[in-house]
Design a protein around this ligand. Structure first.
Ligand SMILES: NC(=O)c1ccc[n+]([C@@H]2O[C@H](COP(=O)([O-])OP(=O)(O)OC[C@H]3O[C@@H](n4cnc5c(N)ncnc54)[C@H](OP(=O)(O)O)[C@@H]3O)[C@@H](O)[C@H]2O)c1
Length: 401
């Protein structure tokens, strides 16, 4: 069978755009040409001839000979305009932009149907780990109990340096920035937004619910202190930022992003630095573990290439679980056991702890371990930004409901 040669219009030639270019050049036998690249900054030096580049998005969007748009820019609002225009003009699209997909998930799914085009975004969650297509094709939602993992390379790098080298948070963050693992504005990563966007995309394919990210509780690592690392080490744990989604009953799921204690016998314990890892738990398959690089031009570019290749044989997400609608409810009425390090007793009282199992108070720090309700955490989300506290999910099963 002869396959029509793919003519790609690429948006963005930064870390992932260049990574994709290298990966594509190294892939023998795959027929695809990047015919035009749209970028933003006219003064930047490029490593390939300027004749490949344009600064006008319409040069790609209006070119009928371009049959695939690959969107790899770092601006979610502009990306949404590019991606939706391309789809409305009948072009298939591949993107790595998690914020854009998560914020407009339902609309993007509807546009695919309306204009009979495909939008693939494997690189948007877990970068090189092929989790979206696996969830889409492999797991039945009735039998998938839960999914959790490490989905943010920046925070994992920082936590690894804090744990292994004893670096304070700000030094570990600085090192991550110097090595290119963290943006100059790291807010989206360290506050847990990035992990939440990825979790919402994964939830769409794991359970068929397109959640508004605003409904999902997230908490990051930006208030972590040496006391928290010290406590974790004494108990033989590492702290990792772990997004979770799971069933609470047959047709309901819950989800959240929280730091979590991980003991040395757990898969995620050895997922360090910029690596990501995902654990699925299903009725019959039991526990499965995926691991791989969660950032970087070549690793992410490899997932983008995989989508380009899938597109070339007509693959598209069918959103079967959404259509089946077996899971129809989202709930934050969920109890979990957390460690709370705090300073002020008034702050602690806001959490409404039940069944306190550990309590410690010294001049330098205090902590409590007990059961809290996710709805209560969610109701505190604005206040938490200014509180001198750090929350970690202990990961222990809770029997109180
Ligand atoms: N880096 C990773 O490891 C990674 C992993 C997974 C997913 N992603 C996602 O991949 C996407 C790209 O990330 P990146 O790290 O490659 O970003 P980056 O290195 O900052 O590069 C961004 C590129 O987008 C271009 N750009 C920005 N606004 C534009 C506009 N309005 N029109 C045309 N081009 C525009 C920039 O142009 P100039 O070159 O002219 O500045 C630059 O080439 C993001 O959505 C990111 O979340 C990244």
């Amino acid at each position: 069978m002869t396959q029509e040669k793919l003519r790609i219009g690429l948006f963005g030639y930064g870390c992932v755009g260049q990574g994709l270019h290298d990966v594509l050049n190294s892939s023998n036998g795959f027929k695809a040409d990047i015919v035009k690249i749209c970028v933003k900054d006219r003064s930047k030096k490029r490593r390939i001839p300027m004749s490949f580049f344009t600064f006008d998005k319409d040069e790609i969007l209006n070119d009928d000979s371009i049959n695939l748009v690959v969107e790899l820019i770092d601006d979610a609002d502009e990306a949404f305009k590019i991606v939706t225009t391309a789809m409305k003009r009948g072009k298939n699209v591949v993107t790595a932009n998690k914020m854009m997909v998560a914020k407009h998930f339902r609309e993007l799914v509807e546009l695919q149907q309306k204009y009979n085009v495909s939008l693939l975004y494997e690189a948007s969650a877990g970068a090189s780990i092929p989790i979206i297509r696996n969830l889409e094709e492999y797991y039945d939602n009735e039998l998938l109990y839960s999914l959790r993992g490490i989905l943010n390379g920046t925070t994992n790098y920082i936590l690894t340096k804090m744990h292994n080298s004893g670096l304070p948070y700000h030094e570990a963050l600085k090192e991550a920035q110097e090595k290119g693992f963290a943006e100059s504005d790291p807010t989206l990563d360290v506050e847990g937004w990035d992990a939440k966007y990825k979790l919402c995309i994964i939830t769409g394919h794991a359970y068929g619910l397109f959640l508004d990210p605003d409904l999902v509780f997230h908490y990051g690592i930006n208030t972590i202190s040496k006391f928290d690392i010290q406590y974790a080490k004494e108990k033989g744990y590492k702290i990792k930022l772990v997004p979770y989604v799971g069933k609470t009953n047959d047709n309901t799921i819950t989800s959240f992003v929280l730091p979590r204690f991980i003991s040395s016998d757990k898969y995620l314990y050895n997922v360090d630095n910029e690596y990501n890892g995902v654990i699925t738990e299903a009725a019959f398959a039991d526990k499965q573990f995926f691991s791989g690089k969660g950032a970087g031009g070549h690793a992410t570019g490899s997932a983008v290439l995989s989508d380009i290749s899938a597109n070339s044989y007509g693959y598209r997400y069918e959103y079967k679980k959404y259509r089946q609608g077996t899971v129809s409810h989202y709930s934050r009425d969920y109890n979990l056991e957390v460690y709370l390090r705090y300073n002020d007793e008034k702050d602690r009282d806001l959490f409404g702890f039940r069944e306190i199992s550990e309590y410690f108070s010294s001049r330098s720090y205090k902590y409590v371990i007990g059961i809290v309700n996710l709805e209560r955490l969610y109701s505190l989300k604005e206040q938490l930004r200014n509180m001198d506290v750090f929350i970690v999910n202990t990961g222990r099963k809770v029997s109180v409901h």
